[in-house]
Design a protein around this ligand. Structure first.
Ligand SMILES: [Zn+2]
Length: 197
């Protein structure tokens, strides 16, 4: 008898649900589909397991090899095409578990700050050590499934543009933005090459 790929319970005829790599039971389907609100047909076993809360951090950590890092904000694994956001004390009020993401799941990454101006304007102001304050500065990552987004907060309280603190945070933000876009680009190219074979 076939069993559920996640919990290994026997699969009933009417109670099995297909995902990309096989079948799971109704109980696991409920979790994997976030209470029946999402389809699972394109999800991999790893994704399904994560949604069911199994092997989440252990597995992700196991498969994560740090090949690059930007401060304490972002870890990069080029081999497995993943990023890790450590959720450290600096960026969050509470310490929480690190978050792992597949580069291929990232839809967009941008630097967000107020007051609004173009990145070039902000760079010029910074270079010229101009007066003025920035209310907040963060990296916003949106994912292809639309339901999730992640923010890496670099500045949460107003700081002067000409301060060292701002320049340093701004540099981190630009590097993260650049690095994530580079990884996204590579991931997209790889996908195209794979598709033409
Ligand atoms: Zn199951």
């Amino acid at each position: 008898m076939k069993t559920c790929d996640v919990c290994k319970e026997p699969l009933r005829m009417m109670g099995k649900f297909k995902y990309a790599d096989g079948y799971i039971c109704k109980k696991c389907y409920k979790k994997a589909s976030r209470q029946f609100t999402e389809t699972i047909i394109k999800k991999s076993l790893q994704e399904i397991k994560e949604l069911c809360g199994i092997e989440r951090d252990e597995k992700s950590l196991e498969e994560f090899e740090v090949t690059g890092r930007i401060g304490n904000y972002l870890l990069i694994d080029e081999l497995n095409q993943k990023i890790c956001i450590p959720n450290n004390r600096m960026t969050n009020r509470q310490v929480s578990n690190p978050d792992f993401y597949n580069v291929e799941d990232i839809a967009e990454c941008e630097i967000v700050y107020r007051p609004q101006m173009t990145l070039e304007e902000l760079e010029e102001k910074t270079a010229k050590r101009e007066e003025g304050t920035i209310k907040f500065l963060k990296i916003k990552i949106t994912f292809k499934n639309k339901k999730e987004k992640k923010e890496i907060c670099l500045i949460a309280n107003p700081v002067r543009i000409k301060s060292y603190a701002f320049r340093q945070s701004f540099n981190f933000a630009k590097r993260m933005n650049q690095e994530i876009h580079r990884l996204m680009q590579e991931s997209a190219e790889e996908e195209m090459e794979g598709g033409s074979e």
